[in-house]
Design a protein around this ligand. Sequence first.
Ligand SMILES: O=c1ccn([C@@H]2O[C@H](COP(=O)(O)OP(=O)(O)O[C@H]3O[C@H](CO)[C@@H](O)[C@H](O)[C@H]3O)[C@@H](O)[C@H]2O)c(=O)[nH]1
Ligand SMILES: [Mn+2]
Length: 739
Amino acid sequence: MAGSSTPAAGGGGRPPLFATEKPKRMVAYRLYACTIFAGILLIWVYRATHIPPREGNSLGWRASLGLLVADVLFGLYWVLTLSVRWNPIRRTTFKDRLAGSYGEDQLPGVDIFVCAADPALEPPMLVISTVLSVMAYDYPPEKLNVYLSDDAGSAVTFYALYEASEFAKHWIPFCKNYKVEPRSPAAYFAEAATPHDACSPQESLRMKELYKDLTDRVNSVVHAGKIPEVPESNRRGFSEWNETISSEDHPSIIQILIDRNERKTVDVDGNVLPTLVYMAREKRPQEKHNFKAGSLNALIRVSSVISNSPVIMNVDCDMYSNNSESIRDALCFFLDEEQGQDIGFVQYPQNFDNVVHNDIYGNPINVVNELDHPCLDGWGGMCYYGTGCFHRRETLCGQIYSKDYKEDWARGVGTAQSADELEEMSKSLVTCTYEHNTPWGIETGVRYGCPLEDVITGLQIQCRGWRSVYYNPVRKGFLGMAPTSLGQILIQHKRWSEGFLQISLSNYSPFLLGHGKIKLGLQMGYSVCGFWALNSLPTFYYAIIPSLCFLGGVSVFPEITSPWIIPFGYVAVAAYSCSLAESLQCGDTAVEWWNAQRMWFFRRTTSYLLAAIDTFGGMLGVSESGFDLTVKVNDSQALERYKKGKMEFGPISGMFVILSTIALFNLVCMVAGLGRVLWFEGAEGLGPLFLQAVLCVAIVAINAPVYEALFFRKDSGSLPSFVTLISLCFVSSLCLQAI
Ligand SMILES: O=c1ccn([C@@H]2O[C@H](COP(=O)(O)OP(=O)(O)O[C@H]3O[C@H](CO)[C@@H](O)[C@H](O)[C@H]3O)[C@@H](O)[C@H]2O)c(=O)[nH]1
Ligand SMILES: [Mn+2]
């Protein structure tokens, strides 16, 4: 199977538009996995047969029972993770064949959705740079329709989009004439000072000036919070706003800013521009709006009236297109005659453009992008993760796949209706009450009621018989923004792990919903993230109990001279070496790997733990989950600290108390525990406690930034002494348990 490619289409049809390859390394990996599994089994045997008698101070007995459970859970979780290593595949597309087989006029229409929610957290300039980047795709503009959903219903965002529609008349021809990449103006002008494309320095300078004017105008409106006079011909849209409008309470607003029909808009070269639509669905305080999922569903309906293209792509407002050919790449999958019929969606990886070298948060997720996702693809079902994804419209509307299903690639809306009519029609589709008593949010559109609406929607589509594809080109399709403060990251991961756990424990779990419909490997693949939150429990246990026992001189691992130490040592050393090797192979540095390990530890002991608690609370009806927006602006000092690799803790939160408690507790255990053993028993005394000492030292080492923030840093990103105080209370009560 090594290096095998998919067969060419036979019998005179169009040639295949993509190929699938399987890499060779898998045999070695599978052998290695077998040895790890043997090690895990031996650890289980050891745990089950080495429970000390329950007498006197029963710490050893209790701890051994707990570790038995923890080791079993870790082992089972490891088995799940095999699914995202077992079967990776790699896809390549043939865009030249696409061009050979389909004329430009035969290409399908594409609707692009951009979601924004809050002009304070998501600056309008960021939003319109993303919009401009997707308007400038290398694709026939009369087939391209771009929709911005503004969940804040903000006049400022609308103003920015209006300015973008004017700027597009210069920007799009510039991009196309000079084959500029990337096509987000913000990203383009932030890159190298010397333009690397065919354009002359004067041209580039002229464009840069125009862009600077745009930025100044938009930002001054953002600061003033007031809209200036705009030309009479374009005033119409602004009259929608008045004093009574607020972000939580406003009617539906829909404005077609660029339209191909009667108000035909052309660029400076006289070419038509892609349709551009602003949408703010109605919001009322008493009505649930279902966050991003609600916006996407509103966009699906509005676009069905205005353009109704067979392909839909959606991005978050901070994730710009970095590759102008992405639409054509995605179409290579959908339009392939042999293998494309059952492909429901094409997901691109998430990559970031604001991450620095040796990022302290371990943000380059290369292993996920280069190994995990190709494996999900290998099982026939890359998940949908909410941004950078192309769908067939029908898959989002509940269509079930069957062999007889024929896509109408030519579908679309004619040019009969005027923009005013279209706006009126679509407004009625995005009122608060429109979805009442309809299948929207349940069977139709993106699913509601879960913080990971996208993943569950993707799973539902796969369970209706569609396959999905993962495409990771060399020039990244999209670049987004990673949060660069620990507090933000932990909140984001809490939302994700909570969403995943909710899915895993519901009727929509990949094992129940997917039973008989998707492959076992894919069910397991989903569960790797699905059980992140539960995996926090054994991690938390491992972070406290062995160290506590070390402090009390109670051994809970095999002695250094016992043969039982071999499976423990082997599993730990081999698993971590393999993980490091994978990271390096996927392009991370060793420092990034180490930082990523630290983040795993932090997330598991905070975000995931709280997510597990909240999920169970939610099942008992105590708590309800929301969508805490990720901040996309940082103050300049924080940004400086980030660049220097200083961890940004930010405002006090319960999560930091947990982090510093674990860090301080292990520090105490290490110092007092080592001191006690060496003082009373000498070096031989370490024999039975060796593995615990190693574990404790490792936890202290990984927590270095926490100690720095607690004791040495004075800047506003460090941990306040209040956190130290509370943590010390917890630490002392924990230590008392050892006595
Ligand atoms: O009420 C809301 C809340 C959010 N959004 C938009 O949703 C997107 C994602 O929000 P963000 O705060 O950036 O969350 P992230 O954690 O960065 O998002 C990741 O995680 C989400 C699921 O938790 C996915 O939907 C996203 O695609 C994925 O990038 C942004 O464009 C928001 O404007 C809305 O449109 N309406
Ligand atoms: Mn985001």
